[in-house]
Design a protein around this ligand. Structure first.
Ligand code: MRU
Length: 348
């Protein structure tokens, strides 16, 4: 199953569900320039690590189509120069989720390879086709990886489990059924009779706005809690295990994910509960040795409701050390500690 959050639109453009308006309004935006896609990613109209990778690859293809096939490019730019500038701009749109850079670099490699040493006029057509094909492959593969994650992870979910999750990791965050949400969905489909507690995810409330909406549509028994209720829910025996997604996983298994994840991992340890992370292989970045090297996005103070003139510190992500993680559920199976070795095994 593919996500409903994105699709190809007419004339090679991309149709994007504006997630900032959910759950109240379902509005699709037509995107066909790099500037529009960067704005959509930065404003979190499209969000979630795997989905911003898919969106960026599709956006690059759509923008190339508009720039060259429709002849709207201003200034004398060759297809190769255009690609180099457009891809760098897209890859820099958000810093933490490695899937964004991974997908853009993969699309560029495909286009450069296809263009070879073709003349400029022939190269433009070749580039557009190669970018579209590669974006579709990235999307299809992500959908398949989500299903594989769901199936591998569901084996770790006991019958009647009370599962706590954070932020949004479903089809609104991926190309398919989701990562942590994919595990929850598959366990539910298997008739395990699970119940979900979804954390709010302050300040932008991806949990209460997006995960709750997905849980309701999938008819999975669930309740939302404010982030600060997680400790009490655990102490009262309302949680059997925690499962979350990831924006980047370092070579040693440290995980960057939505702010609040680290706190949940500490709470899970204090209450002796399993703490799982679910992510596709495209979220693993072996070029960073540990979580200390992962760039953490800071977002504007305006996202936190304060009186005028009050300053704020608003990191969007935190890093959970590998030693707090019971298992990392990937499309290649569930990794057990020590993660450094396990990660090397699935990425070689
Ligand atoms: O800022 P967001 O909404 O893009 O953050 C999303 C998350 O932190 C998700 O947990 C993560 O991307 C995993 S999504 C499958």
């Amino acid at each position: 199953m593919h996500t409903e959050a994105i699709d190809w639109a007419d004339e090679g453009a991309v149709s994007l569900l504006d997630q900032t308006l959910l759950p109240g309004e379902t509005v699709f935006l037509k995107i066909d320039t790099i500037e529009q896609m960067v704005e959509a990613i930065q404003a979190l109209r499209v969000r979630g690590a795997p989905l911003i990778g898919v969106a960026a690859a599709m956006g690059l293809a759509a923008a190339a189509h508009r720039a060259f096939r429709n002849g709207e490019l201003r200034g004398p730019q060759s297809p190769r120069d255009w690609l180099s500038h457009a891809s760098a701009t897209l890859a820099d749109a958000r810093p933490t989720a490695v899937n964004l850079r991974w997908a853009v670099e993969r699309a560029v490699r495909a286009a450069v390879g296809a263009m070879g040493d073709a003349s400029e006029s022939a190269a433009a057509e070749t580039m557009i086709t190669a970018l579209k094909d590669e974006a579709q492959r990235i999307w299809d593969e992500d959908a398949a990886m989500c299903r594989a994650i769901g199936e591998a992870g569901a084996e770790r979910i006991p019958a009647k489990a009370k599962v706590l999750t954070h932020c949004n990791t479903g089809m609104l965050a991926t190309g398919g059924i989701g990562t942590a949400f994919g595990v929850i969905r598959v366990a539910h489909e298997q008739g395990k009779g699970i119940e979900v507690l979804a954390c709010e995810a302050r300040p932008l409330r991806q949990g209460t706005r997006l995960t709750a909406w997905e849980l309701q549509r999938a008819e999975i028994p669930s309740r939302v809690i404010v982030d600060s209720a997680a400790a009490t829910a655990m102490a009262q025996g309302r949680v059997d295990l925690v499962i979350v997604g990831a924006d980047r996983i370092a070579a040693n298994g440290d995980v960057a994910n939505k702010i609040g994840t680290y706190g949940l991992a500490l709470l899970a340890k204090a209450h002796d509960l399993p703490f799982y992370v679910a992510a596709p292989r495209s979220t693993i970045d072996r070029s960073v040795a540990s979580g200390k090297e992962i760039p953490i996005e800071e977002r504007p103070a305006s996202e936190i409701e304060t009186a005028a003139g009050i300053s704020a510190y608003n990191p969007a992500f935190d890093v959970t050390p590998a030693e707090l993680i019971t298992g990392i559920v990937t499309d290649a199976g569930v990794l057990e500690p020590p993660y450094e070795h396990a990660i090397r095994g699935i990425l070689k």
